[in-house]
Design a binder for this molecule. Structure first.
Ligand SMILES: Cc1cc2nc3c(=O)[nH]c(=O)nc-3n(C[C@H](O)[C@H](O)[C@H](O)COP(=O)(O)O)c2cc1C
Length: 325
C-alpha cells in the first residue's frame, strides 16, 4: 500500500485524486495520461439517458409511429453508445487504475437495464449523475426525491458493481438524502456536481452560459457538507468534487472526511499531468505534518472530530462576530 492510497467504493486507489467526468476522460489517450500522471481512478465522460433510450429504440424499433423515427439522429446516437462501450473495454485493456463510467440522468424510466451493458464491458463501478431541476411548482420536494430512490432501486437490481451517485446540493436536507441512499445500498456519493447555469450578457441583452469552470473559492459550500456527512454513523463513501485546484484543496476535503477527491477544471487549465504535482503537494504536506498515510488525517477536522463542531452548523455571520468566538 502506497503512502497516498485510499479506499473508495471498495477499491484500493493509489491516490485519492480521481479525474472526474468530462472531455478529459473521453479518449484512451487521455485516460492513459491520467494513469501515467498518478491519478487514482478515472470517471469517464457521461453518457446521457437520452442517448441510451435512443439506442434501445434503435435496436428495438417502435413500429407504432415509424414516421416519427429520425434515422440520422438514431444512427448518431446509437453509434455513440457503442463507442462508449468500446471506450470502457479499451480503457480496461490499457490502464490498471479503476475505470468508472458515468451516466447523466433525470428519470428512472427506460434506460436503467442498459447499465448491465456497462458492467459487462468491464466497468469497475458506475457513477450516476442525477440532475433533476424541479420546475413544476405543484410538485413537492418529496415527489422529486422519490425519483432518486426509484432510480437507485432499479439499478441495484440490475448491476452488482459498486455504484456512486453524483448529486447537486439543492436538497432540502442533504443528510436525509444520504441516509436514504445508504439504506438503498448505494456505495458512494459525489458531492457535488457543478451544473450548467445561465448568465446574462448586458452588452448583447442575451442569456449566455456562466463559466463552466470552477474557481477555488467554490469549495466553501462543499466543505461544510462533507464535514457533516462524513461524521454520520453510516458507511457511504464520499468523493469530493468542485473547486479542487491544488494539492492543498484536496487535503482540505480529506481533512473534512472525503474518501477521494475529484479534479476537473484545473486539469483543463494546467493539463492532466498536473495531477503529479498535486500528488507531490499532498505528500510534502503529509511529511511536514508527520502523517504516513491518508487514513492518519482523513476526517480529522470533520463534524465529529473537530473541537468546535458548531462551526459546521453556523449559517449567519452575526454569530461569527459574536463574543463567544
Ligand atoms: C467541460 C466540462 C464537462 C463536464 N462534463 C461532465 C459530465 O459529462 N458528467 C459529469 O458528471 N460531470 C461533468 N462535468 C463536471 C465535472 O466532472 C466536475 O464535477 C465539476 O466540474 C466540478 O469539479 P471542478 O471544480 O474540479 O471542475 C463537466 C465539467 C466540465 C468543466
Amino acid at each position: 500500500m502506497g503512502k497516498l492510497s485510499v479506499k473508495y467504493l471498495g477499491m484500493e486507489l493509489k491516490s485519492p485524486l480521481i479525474v472526474s467526468s468530462s472531455r478529459l476522460t473521453s479518449t484512451p489517450g487521455y485516460l492513459k495520461e491520467a494513469e501515467d500522471s498518478g491519478a487514482g481512478a478515472v470517471v469517464l465522460k457521461s453518457l446521457f439517458e437520452e442517448q441510451i433510450n435512443q439506442y434501445i429504440h434503435t435496436i428495438q424499433p417502435s413500429h407504432s409511429y415509424p414516421e416519427a423515427d429520425d434515422y440520422t439522429a438514431y444512427y448518431v446516437k446509437s453509434h455513440s453508445v457503442d463507442e462508449y462501450l468500446t471506450l470502457i473495454r479499451k480503457a480496461k485493456e490499457l490502464i490498471s487504475i479503476p475505470v468508472i463510467p458515468s451516466i447523466n440522468c433525470y428519470t428512472s424510466e427506460g434506460w436503467t437495464d442498459f447499465a448491465r451493458n456497462i458492467q459487462d464491458a468491464g466497468a469497475d463501478a458506475l457513477e450516476i449523475n442525477v440532475f433533476l431541476l424541479p420546475t413544476d411548482r405543484k410538485k413537492s420536494s418529496a415527489e422529486t426525491e422519490k425519483v432518486y430512490f426509484e432510480l437507485i432501486e432499479k439499478l441495484k437490481k440490475t448491476i452488482s458493481i459498486p455504484m456512486a451517485i453524483k448529486i447537486g446540493y439543492r436538497f432540502s436536507n442533504i443528510l436525509y438524502m444520504l441516509d436514504q441512499f445508504y439504506m438503498r445500498k448505494v456505495n458512494g456519493v459525489v458531492m457535488f456536481n457543478r451544473f450548467y447555469e445561465p448568465d446574462i450578457d448586458i452588452n448583447h441583452l442575451d442569456i449566455v452560459p456562466a463559466s463552466i469552470f470552477s474557481h477555488e473559492n467554490e469549495r466553501r459550500m462543499v466543505l461544510r457538507w462533507i464535514g457533516m456527512a462524513s461524521a454520520q454513523d453510516i458507511r457511504i463513501d464520499i468523493s469530493a468534487s468542485t473547486g479542487v485546484h491544488s494539492g492543498a484543496d484536496a487535503i482540505r476535503y480529506l481533512l473534512a472526511g472525503a474518501d477521494s477527491v475529484q479534479v476537473c477544471s484545473v486539469l483543463y487549465d494546467k493539463g492532466i499531468p498536473f495531477i503529479k504535482k498535486m500528488n507531490s503537494q499532498i505528500e510534502t504536506w503529509m511529511d511536514k505534518n508527520g502523517f504516513s498515510a491518508i487514513s492518519d488525517f482523513k476526517g480529522k477536522l470533520n463534524y465529529r472530530n473537530y473541537k468546535k463542531p458548531m462551526v459546521f452548523e453556523r449559517t449567519q455571520f452575526m454569530k461569527y462576530f459574536s463574543s463567544e468566538d
